[in-house]
Design a protein around this ligand. Structure first.
Ligand SMILES: [Zn+2]
Length: 324
């Protein structure tokens, strides 16, 4: 209290905000040391109050001064690479459009555009991650998510670069908000999107990696069997064996990229589906479990009456019966 009282009768303190750039003499080591702080010119009232400990006080030096090195010390700092995303952290990043990573100025400009916007909605974000997993672009190990080789190839080579561009996404979101505020019309927006889609498809078509004729294995024209749901023929398509009664609402399908089947080292083939639909089960030899054990089993494709969905069920075949 006494000091504070006396200080008000003292002259003002004068300091210079200073940045010192210090270079080592006679060495090839590149770079320089930088020190930021204040040079105290007139202590003024600070004589009484004592110098604020928060300030870094630098010595008064002149440009070109050569100073002795009193002490030097090297601290080793290890920096681990950032941990892989988990579903939770990835959702967060999508929600904030990566706001955490605003190292560059350019990105700060982005944040201004994006403020209040995010990738997807709470309802679609988790679904997006699931789709990436199902398509094989990312994989989960424990809780950690990582990009697969397929995902890396896609990111590195996909021709329509705008789709990976946060700024482009941001601009679209911004335009949507402009429509809300009647600064932009729906028709202009749709025309813009149409233009973009046409250009992108052209780019993809003419791309060395993604373009060119699509080679698909010829599909079987004969139905693979009869739909257990509605009795209509089950036909082969590029991605599935599906009920031809889909137009009437039948959803029965056996997907070719079924992850359960492929995880056992097997494929959903025409022959397999044919046997399955005829006999209600199909036997597979040489399935490989996650632990690498080989086994044989009957596969059933059964409906869960509660959810209405079909799931695979296994019945192991004991190929090594105990010796009698
Ligand atoms: Zn059907």
């Amino acid at each position: 209290m006494k000091n504070r009282f006396l200080a008000q009768f003292m002259p003002i303190a004068v300091a210079e905000d200073t940045v010192l750039h210090i270079k080592m003499q006679n060495t090839d080591i590149p770079g320089e040391f930088v020190a930021k702080g204040k040079v105290q010119l007139e202590a003024g009232w600070k004589l009484i109050e004592g110098i604020d400990a928060k300030e870094t006080i630098l010595p008064a030096v002149k440009k070109g001064d050569v100073l002795p090195l009193i002490k030097s010390e090297i601290n080793e700092v290890e920096r681990k690479p950032p941990k892989p995303h988990t579903e939770k952290t990835l959702l967060k990043v999508m929600e904030t459009c990566g706001k955490k990573y605003e190292e560059k100025e350019e990105e700060q400009m982005m944040m201004a555009i994006l403020s209040g916007f995010s990738i997807g909605t709470p309802a679609t974000r988790a679904e997006t991650i699931k789709k990436l997993k199902d398509a094989g672009y990312i994989k989960a190990k424990g809780k950690s998510l990582s990009c697969t080789d397929l995902g890396k190839i896609l990111v590195e080579t996909f021709p329509a670069r705008e789709l990976f561009d946060l700024e482009y996404t941001g601009r679209l979101e911004k335009t949507l908000s402009d429509i809300e505020r009647k600064k932009f019309t729906k028709d202009d927006f749709l025309a813009m999107i149409e233009q973009f889609v046409i250009e992108s498809v052209d780019k993809i078509k003419n791309d060395k990696v993604f373009g060119g004729p699509v080679t698909l294995e010829p599909l079987h024209t004969e139905p693979a069997g009869i739909c257990p749901e509605c009795g209509a023929p089950v036909v082969e398509t590029a991605r599935a064996f599906g009920c031809s009664g889909w137009k009437k609402g039948c959803k029965f399908a056996i997907w070719k990229d079924d992850r359960f089947i492929t995880s056992l080292g097997k494929k959903v083939s025409y022959e397999m589906v044919k046997i399955l639909l005829e006999h209600g089960k199909v036997g597979f030899r040489g399935c490989v479990s996650k632990r690498g054990n080989k086994f044989s089993a009957y596969f059933y494709y059964e409906k869960d009456e509660k959810t209405g969905r079909y799931n695979w069920r296994l019945e192991f075949i004991d190929t090594n019966p105990p010796q009698a």
